[in-house]
Design a protein around this ligand. Sequence first.
Ligand code: HEM
Length: 510
Amino acid sequence: MKKSNDFEFDDLQGLLRFGYGKLTDSCFMLLNIANVEAAKQWLKTAPISNAVTMDSPPDTVLQIAFSVHGLRILGIGESIISDFSDEFIYGMTRNENCSRRLGDIGRNAPERWEWGNDSVTTMPHILLLLYAKKGKLEAWRKTVEDERFSQAFQLLRQLPTSNLGRFEPFGFDDSISQPTIDWTYRQSTDPHERDRYSNLLAVGEMVLGYPNEYGQYTARPLVDPKKDHLATDLPDAEDDPTLKDFARNGTYLVLRELGQDVPGFWQFLDKASDSKPKKREQLAAAMVGRERNGTPLIAEHIPGISRKDHGNHFTYDLDATGNHCPISAHVRRANPRTGDLPGNITDVGIIGFIRRLTKILGFGQKPEEDLVASSRFHRLFRRGRSYGNVLAPEDAIKPDIPAAKHGLQFICLVANISRQFEFVQNAWIANSKFNGLHEEPDPLLGNREPLMSGESTDHFNRPDPSGPMQKICHLPQFVAVHGGGYFFMPGLRALKYISALPANGGNRSS
Ligand code: HEM
């Protein structure tokens, strides 16, 4: 078995391993390249942090990712570009169908975005992420923005971020559930051994160049070092030793700027709860699937999870109808925590064997169970930061609350944009038909636009074990998209390759 210190953490950008929670101050910059040569010179010595563990967290960290336009401008040739995924190449706003599937219509429509909706003018070439301990950001920014930086780049936009601790602006703890990466290959990807939900995920689900949950390597650019002498220093491709792996130790970074209407959220909930604070709180928790302090709603009902423990070691198997945590709750949609065999297959002996067999053969399985089966193929590594401030519900419901901007710079890291981010965003979050539900997209994130058939999408149903279903209609939109894009966050050897590309383009024979 590989040991975790065998892993090439020195070639991986740190964000793939650390959330940098102790570096409370951050600055996210969207840059355009103004001078290609100056940009490459800056990249050569840019102090990008790797993922090697240190005795104590660093004071400052810099991370970098490129849009496809950025890679092209820096001279990455089409032979490499064309081996990236289509989603990365053609982008988040690639066509109307894609926008509809991602929920980017109505107020979320790309035409209304502030950046990222036009490949020529508003899609940045580079995303720079700066993190620093409290009070150290300004100095860090000055160090990063040296003279060469100013020649090389133009600031297209600085994305707002602020330090809300573990919380997001609606007031919920948003630093709990993340997959654990199986750096030491402890877990099999064989479906027969993986029928239960597990939080441990194959490295190749997040990092390119390694086997994923299918036991396969995600398609990515491989380079022949005989034809491209610069590629000699790139890592070897594990699945083809004659080739070098441009993407190994890299990942895709998905960024969405999501504005949150915090007063709108709490005022709606207050009205729907007859201005009863306890009911308001319960309704908010039902929409999220956790209380504001992070306690999962099924905590009292699942043996082994205490209310104090934010507890991430649970599934929804014992709450199949959503009596405790509604099926539509944000966290239950975003990760239904199903294994390869859906449902609660805990029976043993001959009955258990027959139940397993019927499930494996697909008998007795409801069609909607298909959609939420095997959540291990659709996990995201969330690395976003919030902006604005947390507003207590009591303040947010005041009619004279001053207008202010709140939101989330949603970031997730994935090896497969379509199977992970786009699937979750489309099938689980934006889709109003989910796991047997109708007219109900994600209660936090839905755009509330009616379907083409005219069917509404602004409902939220909450089963009540002691009475009829509690139905809430006419939910307003609480979250709106202001911008977004797909980026590639390279390994550090690939970054060196990029910075060494000749002025008239790379990927040429020596
Ligand atoms: C403003 C927008 C959003 C807000 C306020 C929000 C809020 C939250 C909160 C409070 C949690 C529970 C705490 C935790 O597990 O860390 C959570 C979990 C999660 N969210 Fe979001 N979220 C937002 C957008 C998104 C988007 C766009 C996605 C994916 C496309 C997403 C995916 C997830 C996932 C995967 C989890 C973990 C679920 C689990 O494993 O139990 N969220 N979110």
